[in-house]
Design a protein around this ligand. Structure first.
Ligand code: CDP
Length: 225
C-alpha cells in the first residue's frame, strides 16, 4: 500500500489533471474526486432554471440545495464516472460550451464556494483520495500529503482540449476553445476567493512537452517515494 493517501492536484483548465488523477487513483486503489464537476453542476442547474448568472443570491441558493452525486460509471461511453443532479444523468451536459462560458463566474461567489468547499473537505478528510481542482492544495485540503500543480502553455492546453472535443464529435473550433480557456484562466486566477494558485509546498510540473505517460510516471514515483 502506498504511503500517500491524500493527493491534491491543481492547475489551469485542460492541463491534464483529470487524466493524471484517474490513473493515480486506479494505480493506488483510492478514490478520484473531480471538484470541478460540482461547480459545473451548479452552473448547469442555473442555466436550466433560467436563473441569471449575475444573480448571486439565486445562484448561491441553487448551490446550497442542489443534490449532486458522483458515482462509478454505469454507461460505457468514455466517461470516468456518472454525475447525477437530482437523479438525472448530467455527465456530459456539464461539459457543454455554455457551462464552460459561465462556470468561472459561478465559482467566484462566496456562498457557492462555501457550500462546495465544505462538501469537498468532508470527502477529502476521509483520506484515500486524489482530489482535483483549483484550490485543493491551498484551501480544500491544505493537509494533503502530496500536492501537484500541473501547468502547460495555453496553446498546448487548447490543443489537447480540441482533440478531446473532436473525438466526442463536437464542433468547437480551436480558436473558440482557446478563447474560452483564456477567459476562464483569467477569472479563476484573479478572483479574490481561493484563486487558482500553487500552494507553497506544491510540486509544479510543466507538462507542455510531456505526454500523459511521462506525467504519470513522474507523479506516481513521488506518490510512492
Ligand atoms: O476540466 P477543466 O480543467 O476545464 O475544468 P474543471 O476542473 O471542470 O473546472 C471548471 C471550473 O470550475 C473552473 O474553471 C473553475 O472556475 C471552477 N473550479 C473552482 O473554482 N474550484 C475548483 N476546486 C474546481 C473548479
Amino acid at each position: 500500500m502506498s504511503p500517500v493517501r491524500m493527493i491534491a492536484i491543481d492547475g489551469p483548465a485542460a492541463a491534464g489533471k483529470s487524466t493524471l488523477a484517474q490513473r493515480l487513483a486506479d494505480e493506488l486503489g483510492i478514490l478520484y474526486f473531480d471538484t470541478g464537476v460540482m461547480y459545473r453542476a451548479v452552473t448547469l442547474a442555473a442555466l436550466w432554471h433560467e436563473v441569471p448568472i449575475d444573480d448571486e443570491e439565486a445562484v448561491t441558493e441553487i448551490a446550497r440545495c442542489l443534490p449532486i452525486d458522483v458515482r462509478p460509471p454505469t454507461v460505457q461511453d468514455d466517461r470516468k464516472y456518472d454525475v447525477l443532479m437530482g437523479g438525472e444523468d448530467v455527465t456530459w451536459a456539464i461539459r457543454s460550451p455554455e457551462v464552460d462560458a459561465h462556470v468561472s463566474q459561478v465559482s467566484m461567489y462566496m456562498g457557492v464556494r462555501q457550500a462546495m468547499t465544505q462538501r469537498q473537505r468532508e470527502i477529502g478528510l476521509r483520506g484515500d483520495v486524489v482530489m482535483v481542482g483549483r484550490d485543493i492544495g491551498t484551501v480544500v485540503l491544505p493537509e494533503a500529503d502530496l500536492k501537484i500543480y500541473l501547468d502547460a502553455s495555453t496553446e498546448e492546453r487548447a490543443q489537447r482540449r480540441y482533440l478531446e472535443s473532436q473525438e466526442m464529435g463536437e464542433e468547437e473550433s480551436l480558436e473558440e476553445i482557446l478563447d474560452s480557456l483564456r477567459m476562464r484562466d483569467e477569472l479563476d486566477s484573479t478572483r479574490d476567493l481561493a484563486p487558482l494558485r500553487a500552494a507553497p509546498d506544491a510540486i509544479v510540473l510543466d507538462t507542455t512537452s510531456l505526454n500523459a505517460d511521462q506525467v504519470f510516471e513522474r507523479v506516481i514515483a513521488l506518490a510512492q517515494a
